[in-house]
Design a protein around this ligand. Sequence first.
Ligand code: F6P
Length: 546
Amino acid sequence: MALPTINPTTTKAWEALQKHYESIKKTHLKDLFNESASRANDFSIAWEDFYVDYSKNRIDQTTKKLLLDLAREVKLDEAIQHYFGGSTINETEGRAVLHTALRAPSTHEINVDCKNVVPEVTAVKKKIKNFCDQVISGALKGHTGKPFTDIVNIGIGGSDLGPAMITEALAFYKNHLKVHFISNVDGDHVHQHLKDLDPETTLFVVVSKTFSTQETLSNATTARKWFIEHASKDAVGKHFVAVSSNIPNVTNFGIEEQNIFPLWDWVGGRFSLWSAVGLSISLSIGYENFASLLEGAHNMDEHFKTTPFEENIPVILGMLSIWYNNFFNAESEAIIPYSQYLHRLPAYLQQGIMESNGKSVDRNGKEVTYQTGTIIWGEPGTNAQHAFFQLIHQGTKLIPAEFIGFKYALFEDQDHQDKLMANFFAQTEALMNGKTESEVIEELSSKNTSDEKIKQLTPFKIFEGNKPTTTVLIDKLTPKSLGALVSMYEQRIFVQGIVWNIFSYDQWGVELGKQLATKILSEINKTESYQHDSSTQNLLKRYLKK
Ligand code: F6P
């Protein structure tokens, strides 16, 4: 067994944290700040162009010490070595987990089953670069000799969310190519896109690690049919490329081997944007920018691998998440990027975080007796402020929130940037401080409100505050800083999975629904018939009655 298998609740640190929780659970953040003038400095990390301020969390030095003791007791350091060293840490699928190798410099040596994988990775990067250079420059042309104008990424889950999120996030750096993403098996998704595309100038990138995913194969088949109807069968080779680790399935589909960008079984779907799965990213922003994205991620990997836990960003963030999830019993966490470019980040992280750590069986094969996983949600600020912030401020649930913001705006509109960032700073301050009864009364009195009205309104206007937030302030949204940000979350997922003693890199839970859908489809197509519960039976009857 490559990874340790320690039940976290049996550790000394867990017991100590439980006791400590009882003593700190009611302490107000305002009091913690009043007690220590150096709190903001004590609980923040400056790394490269990142400044991570976690001082507005419901912790003190004892909490931090105990959380890091827990990390040590479950042997996180040993696990990190196994992870980066290429051990088979995805045990239930018998694979290493090495998306970190995809962003390692070509001089590194990373072995899987005694074979250095870096040369293969480097060769695929070269293939990506050559291809992207040719498409972007217009040297590679469609079947009628016109340069490509549109790229269509067909994939789902990790073969869609990562490329779509990054492409949107780095729209500022993009070239003339228009990139589209088709993921849903809902036919309206593919047809809505196809209706505006020109078959002479459209390049389809079919992305599927397994090349057996129903959604992707259906959408690719529909796209190819549309293409053949509007162009010709012979021209398919010029307009369809694939990214997959299943070469036979791709060639059976009709895409030639030279048009396949390979990836490896040690790259998990939700961590694959750094591989050829990121082809549409590289097409959109150019290979040099794609390489910067990888570089940023690698730098964060190195920080994670080599920095003592006390100053280690993913370790601290992961342990804070454990603190709220397992001791405060928080039900969810919000991620609020103060950048419209990052509007797909929460959705992307939902797959990364929830598909990885939504597990209820531990690494010993036993059912866990504690909460795992974290429910992640969010939207960009300031829009989120006008949507769900009310509940974070005054609702009954504790929702730790992460605020991500940038010092510099890309279009350098300082007026907008200052307004945006004023909100960014104000919200975490408001969430922490809240508004006391006397402050409410004072405010209402200053507006000449009658005593009766003050009495009536005061309870509704009180904010308890004490809502924990972490602020990640980055200089500028660049390919490099975005790479580091995404890696920060990936490594945090790893930390939490290790502490929870679960396997973070499989996803068996998504299989059952897929199997049942296949059965029901054969029933809809009238080739099979199955017994269902009366609810499903009634629903199917209603659907089939046209
Ligand atoms: O359904 C879950 C999943 O297996 C994800 O983990 C993966 O990212 C997605 O499906 C797509 O898989 P593929 O790239 O093999 O089509």
